[in-house]
Design a protein around this ligand. Structure first.
Ligand code: ADP
Ligand code: MG
Ligand code: MG
Length: 902
C-alpha cells in the first residue's frame, strides 16, 4: 500500500487531480482539479480511500503515519488561511465530507462547522462581526454531529421519530412556534443561544454523553464517522442496487468552511451546467440566501432559481441569483463554461457565496434522465465538444428505455381530474395505488401490485421502495432533492415539491384541498409535466421516432455497429412494432404459442391423443392452414428481412390439461373418454421435462409434425413471394445435440420444402439451421455445422444445462448465490461469459472451422442485455435477437461494443 495517505488542495494548487478518483474519491479528485484550474475552492486536504480500506480491515484503526500527515496538511491550510484550527482569537472551521469513487447522493455523511466550541465562538464572533451567524453555525454543528457521529456511527438505532436529529428539530420547532415564526432565518441571536443550551442538554440526556468541546476530538470523530458510514445501512443498500463493490471505500475531504449563512449577502446553491431534465443547453440551478449546506437539498425553504430559465411554478415570484447578486452570478456563469469545456460533459456543481464572494464546493458529472442524456450527447457532439463515438458512449443503453416507455394518454389526460401540480422530476407516465412507506411499496409490488410511493420527501432509507414503485410523488423538495436525483438516475416517473399535498404517513391519508385519499386509492402521474391526477388515466405506448435527437443518435449507432439486431416475435403485431424500433429481421419465432389459441388447441390435442400416424396426420391437417396464415402475416410484416422460425419445442404434456374439470371438458369436445385423456396425461408425464421428450426429439419420433410445420412455412413463403414480398425463411431445429439429429430433421425439411417450391412454381431461398443450446452441440459444433446453414445460440437452455440450474426453480437459491457473491450476476439475465460464454465462443469457432460462412446469432434473453451484447460482438456473431422493446437498446449496445473494441 502506498504510504501517502493525505493530499492537499487549495490556493491554485493541488497534489491530486481529476484522474485520481479511485484514490481520492470523485469529490476529492475534482476539488483538486478545480483548484488547479484556478477556480476558487476553499483549501483543504483529502484522506484517501486506502485509509478507508485499512480502517475497515483493522476494525476501525488508522495507519500509523496518518496522524502526522494530517497534521502537516492542516498546517499547510492554516498557513494559506493565516489562521488556526482551534485558535480562540482567529479560529478556522472545517467541514468533513465523504466522497466515494462514484457519487452516492446523500448516502454518506458530511459534518460542517467542525472546530466551534466555547473558546472559538468569541473569536469567530469578533472575526465575522455577527453573533447570530456564529450561533447558527454552532447549533447546526451540534445537530449534525450528534446525529452523524454520536448516534448513527455509534450504531444506535432509535425508534421512528426518536432520532436525536428529530428531537433537536422539535426543540427548534418549539422555539419557532413560541415566536410565531416560520423560517429558521427569523430566529435571532438570543433564540439561538437558548437553543444551543437546550441542544446540549438534550444530547446529554438522550445519548448519555457530552457534546465534545475539543476541536481535535470533533475532527477525528467526524473523520471516523465518514469512514464508518461507508458500511452504514443506507450506503450498503445503495451499493447493492447500483452494483458498487464494497471494497472501493470512501475518501474523506477536510476543508475550510465558507459560510453561505453569514447574512443577506451570502447564499448557497446547486446547479447543473445543462438542464438535467430535458438536456437543453441552459444553465439550471437553485439557491437559498443566508443558508448553509444541505438546506437547498433538504427542501426546508423554497429554493430560488439562479436565473430566469430556471424559474418554476414555485419559484417564479422570487428574485433570481442573477437579479439579487449579479456579480457572483456572472462569475458562476463563467465557471460553468470553463468546467464544461474542461470536463466535456454536463457538470453538477455546488457553490457557496460568502459576503459576495463565490466559492466552488463540488463538481461532478451530473446525473440525467435518458431523454436528457441523448440530447446532451447529440448536441455536445454537434458543438464540437465530443466526437460521435464519445456521444455513443455517453448514453447508457438502458436509458433508452425511458423513451420507449409509456406516457399518460393525452386525450384521457385532458379529461382526467387534476389533483395537484409539482415539479417534473422524472419523465413518462406512472399509474398505481397509493402507499405511504417504502416498505409497503416493496411488499405490495412484490405481490404484483402497481404502487405509487407518496412521501413528504424521500431519504436514502427509502430507495428500495422507490425502486419498487411505478412512480414517486413528494410534497416537498426541489429539482435537486433526493427523490429527484434518484428518480432521474433511474429514469423513473417522479413528481416532487407537490406543495398542495398534505400527507399523514402514520394515518395513511393524503389530503388535497379538503379531498381525502387513502392507501390503495389510484393515482396517475405525468412526470414529464409534473401533474398528478386522481384515478387511473390510460397509458400510451412511447413513440421515440418523434424525438430528433434520438433519431440522430441511433443513426450514428447504426453506422458504427457491426452486429445486426433482430427481434423475437411470434405474431405480426410484435414483428411490426420491432421493425419500427429498428429490427432487421426475426431471430426467433416460437411456433408453439400459435397452438394455444382456443380454436387450435383442440386440433393439437386431437393430434396428441391419436393412436397412430394416420390419426396424427388428420389432426395436423387442420392445423396446417392456421399456421400458414400466421406465417403469411409475419412474412408480410418482415418484407425484405429474414425470419427464423423454430419448429415445435416444448414437451407435448404442456398442451394437455391437468385438472379434472378441464379434462372432462376436453373429453366432451373430442368425443373420447376422460380415462383416455387421463391415461395420456399419465403416459406423457415426465420427471424432468426440461431434459425430456422435447425439441428435435419430438420431430424425430413424430416426423409428421416437422413436416406439417415446414409445409406451412414454405407454402406461406411461396404464396407471399408470388405477391412480390421478399421473403427469407430460416427453419430452425431446436435442442440438437448431435449431427445425426440435425441431419435427420434437415433431410425431412428439405424434402418437404422442395416439394412445396416445385408445386408453387416459385423459387424461395430458405435456410435450415439449428439452435445451439445443449453443451454437446457446442462441443461438436464443427460436425453439426456440416449440416447447418446457421447457428442460433439458445442461451437460456444453454445456461440451464451448463450450470445444471433449472431456470424455473432457480429462484429458490439464486438470490442466496447473489447475496453471498457465489455468482456476480443473474446468469439468466446476463450471460455467464466465463463458463457458458466459453461454450458459445468454442461453438462459433468450431462451427466456422468447417463452414466459414456460417451465420451465427443469439436468441436467448441475453440478446437484449447490453453487457451480453458486448460479448456477442467480441466473439464474432452476426446478429443478436431480443424482444421488440429491447431492439433500440441492443442497437446502441452493439455500437458501444464496436466503439470500445476499436
Ligand atoms: P454530499 O455528498 O451529500 O453532497 P457534501 O460533502 O457535498 O455532501 O456536503 C453537504 C453540504 O455541505 C453541501 O451542500 C456542501 O455544499 C456543504 N459543504 C460541504 N463542505 C463545505 C464547506 N467547506 N463550506 C461550506 N459548505 C460546505
Ligand atoms: Mg453527504
Ligand atoms: Mg455535495
Amino acid at each position: 500500500m502506498a504510504e501517502k495517505w493525505v493530499y492537499f488542495f487549495g490556493d491554485g494548487k493541488a497534489e491530486g487531480n481529476a484522474k485520481m478518483k479511485e484514490l481520492l474519491g470523485g469529490k476529492g479528485a475534482n476539488l483538486a482539479e478545480m483548484s488547479k484550474l484556478g477556480i476558487t475552492v476553499p483549501p483543504g486536504f483529502t484522506i484517501t480511500t486506502e485509509v478507508c480500506t485499512h480502517f475497515m480491515n483493522t476494525n476501525g484503526r488508522f495507519p500509523k503515519t496518518l496522524k502526522g500527515q494530517v497534521k502537516t496538511a492542516l498546517e499547510k491550510v492554516e498557513k494559506v488561511m493565516g489562521s488556526r484550527f482551534g485558535d480562540a482569537r482567529n479560529p478556522l472551521l472545517f467541514s468533513v465530507r465523504s466522497g466515494a469513487r462514484v457519487s452516492m447522493p446523500g448516502m454518506m455523511e458530511t459534518v460542517l462547522n467542525i472546530g466551534l466550541n466555547e473558546d472559538t465562538i468569541s473569536g469567530l464572533v469578533a472575526k465575522s462581526g455577527s453573533e447570530r451567524f456564529v450561533y447558527d453555525a454552532y447549533r447546526r454543528l451540534i445537530m449534525m454531529y450528534s446525529d452523524v457521529v454520536m448516534e448513527k456511527t455509534a450504531g444506535i438505532e432509535p425508534p421512528e421519530e426518536k432520532g436525536i436529529r428529530q428531537q433537536l428539530e422539535k426543540e427548534m420547532q418549539k422555539i419557532k412556534e413560541g415566536k410565531g415564526v416560520k423560517n429558521d432565518t427569523q430566529l435571532d441571536v438570543n433564540d439561538l443561544k437558548k437553543l444551543v443550551n437546550i441542544f446540549k442538554k438534550k444530547v446529554r440526556q438522550v445519548l448519555k454523553k457530552d457534546f465534545p468541546d475539543d476541536p481535535y476530538d470533533q475532527l477525528w470523530g467526524a473523520i471516523s464517522a465518514v469512514f464508518q458510514s461507508w458500511n452504514g445501512k443506507r450506503a450498503v443498500s445503495y451499493r447493492r442496487i447500483e452494483n458498487i463493490p464494497a471494497d472501493w471505500g470512501t475518501a474523506v475531504n477536510v476543508q475550510i468552511m465558507v459560510f453561505g449563512n453569514s447574512g443577506e449577502n451570502s447564499a448557497t446553491g446547486v446547479a447543473f451546467t445543462r438542464d438535467p431534465a430535458t438536456g437543453e443547453n441552459r444553465f439550471y440551478g437553485e439557491f437559498l440566501v443566508n443558508a448553509q449546506g444541505e438546506d437547498v437539498v433538504a427542501g426546508i425553504r423554497t429554493p430560488q432559481a439562479i436565473n430566469a430559465v430556471s424559474k418554476t411554478e414555485t419559484s417564479k415570484h422570487l428574485p433570481s441569483l442573477e437579479e439579487l447578486m449579479p456579480k457572483p452570478y456572472n462569475q458562476l456563469a463563467k465557471i460553468r463554461t470553463k468546467l464544461e469545456k474542461h470536463y466535456r460533459d454536463m457538470q453538477d456543481i455546488e457553490f457557496t457565496i460568502q459576503d459576495g464572494e463565490l466559492f466552488m464546493l463540488q463538481t461532478r458529472v451530473g446525473k440525467r434522465n435518458g431523454t436528457a442524456a441523448i440530447r446532451m450527447a447529440v448536441e455536445m457532439c454537434e458543438e464540437g465538444l465530443i466526437s460521435q463515438k464519445e456521444a455513443i458512449l455517453r448514453v447508457r443503453p438502458e436509458q433508452l428505455d425511458e423513451l420507449l416507455h409509456p406516457m399518460l394518454d393525452p386525450k384521457l389526460e385532458k379529461k382526467a381530474g387534476k389533483l395537484a401540480g409539482g415539479l417534473p422530476a422524472g419523465p413518462g407516465g406512472g399509474i398505481g395505488q397509493i402507499v405511504f412507506t417504502a416498505d409497503d411499496a416493496e411488499a405490495l409490488a412484490h405481490k404484483g401490485k402497481k404502487v405509487i410511493l407518496v412521501r413528504d420527501e424521500t431519504s436514502p432509507e427509502d430507495v428500495h421502495g422507490m425502486r419498487a414503485a411505478q412512480a414517486i410523488l413528494t410534497a416537498k423538495g426541489g429539482m435537486t432533492s433526493h427523490a429527484a436525483l434518484v428518480a432521474r438516475g433511474w429514469g423513473k416517473c417522479c413528481i416532487v415539491g407537490c406543495g398542495a399535498l398534505n400527507i399523514s404517513a402514520s394515518k395513511k391519508v393524503l389530503s388535497v384541498d379538503g379531498k381525502k385519499l387513502h392507501e390503495g386509492d389510484w393515482l396517475s402521474l405525468n412526470g414529464t409535466k409534473g401533474v398528478v391526477y386522481e384515478g387511473k388515466v390510460g397509458l400510451l405506448p412511447a413513440d421515440p421516432g418523434k424525438n430528433v435527437h434520438y433519431k440522430k443518435l441511433m443513426s450514428w449507432a447504426d453506422k458504427l455497429r457491426k452486429l445486426n439486431i433482430r427481434t423475437n416475435a411470434d405474431n405480426p403485431q410484435d414483428a411490426k412494432l420491432a421493425r419500427n424500433f429498428g429490427a432487421e429481421g426475426i431471430g426467433l419465432t416460437r411456433t408453439e404459442h400459435m397452438f394455444f389459441e382456443p380454436d387450435r388447441i383442440t386440433s393439437m390435442r386431437e393430434m396428441i391423443l391419436a393412436d397412430d400416424e394416420a390419426g396424427r396426420r388428420k389432426a395436423l391437417k387442420k392445423l396446417l392452414p392456421l399456421q400458414k396464415k400466421d406465417f403469411i402475416g409475419i412474412f408480410k410484416a418482415m418484407d425484405g428481412l429474414p425470419v427464423t422460425i423454430r419448429t415445435l419445442d416444448p414437451p407435448l404434456h404442456e398442451f394437455l390439461p391437468n385438472d379434472q374439470a378441464s379434462q372432462k371438458e376436453m373429453a366432451k369436445r373430442l368425443g373420447v373418454s376422460v380415462e383416455a385423456i387421463r391415461a395420456k396425461v399419465q403416459t406423457l408425464h415426465e420427471l424432468n421435462p426440461m431434459l425430456g421428450h422435447r425439441g428435435c426429439r419430438l420431430g424425430i419420433t413424430y416426423p409428421e409434425i416437422t413436416a406439417m410445420q415446414v409445409q406451412a412455412i414454405m407454402e406461406a413463403a411461396c404464396s407471399v413471394a408470388k405477391r412480390g414480398v421478399k421473403v427469407y425463411p430460416e427453419i430452425m431445429i431446436p435442442l440438437v445435440g448431435t449431427k445425426a439429429e440435425l441431419e435427420n430433421q434437415r433431410e425431412l425439411a428439405v424434402d418437404v420444402a422442395e416439394k412445396v417450391i416445385k408445386k408453387a412454381g416459385v423459387r424461395v431461398n430458405y435456410l435450415v439451421g439449428t439452435m445451439i443450446e445443449i453443451p454437446r452441440a457446442a462441443i461438436t459444433a464443427d460436425k453439426i455445422a456440416e449440416v447447418a446453414d446457421f447457428f442460433s445460440f439458445g442461451t437460456n437452455d444453454l445456461t440451464q444445462m451448463t450450470f445444471g440450474f433449472s431456470r424455473d426453480d432457480a429462484a429458490k437459491f439464486l438470490p442466496d448465490y447473489l447475496s453471498k457473491k457465489i455468482l456476480s450476476a443473474e446468469p439468466f439475465q446476463t450471460l455467464d461469459q466465463e463458463g457458458v460464454g466459453q461454450l458459445v465462443d468454442m461453438g462459433i469457432r468450431r462451427g466456422r472451422s468447417t463452414r466459414p460462412d456460417l451465420k451465427v446469432g443469439i436468441c436467448g434473453e441475453h440478446g437484449g442485455d447490453p453487457s451480453s451484447i458486448g460479448f456477442c460482438h467480441r466473439v464474432g456473431m452476426n446478429y443478436v435477437s431480443c424482444s421488440p422493446f429491447r431492439v433500440p437498446i441492443a442497437r446502441l449496445a452493439a455500437a458501444q461494443a464496436a466503439v470500445r473494441k476499436a
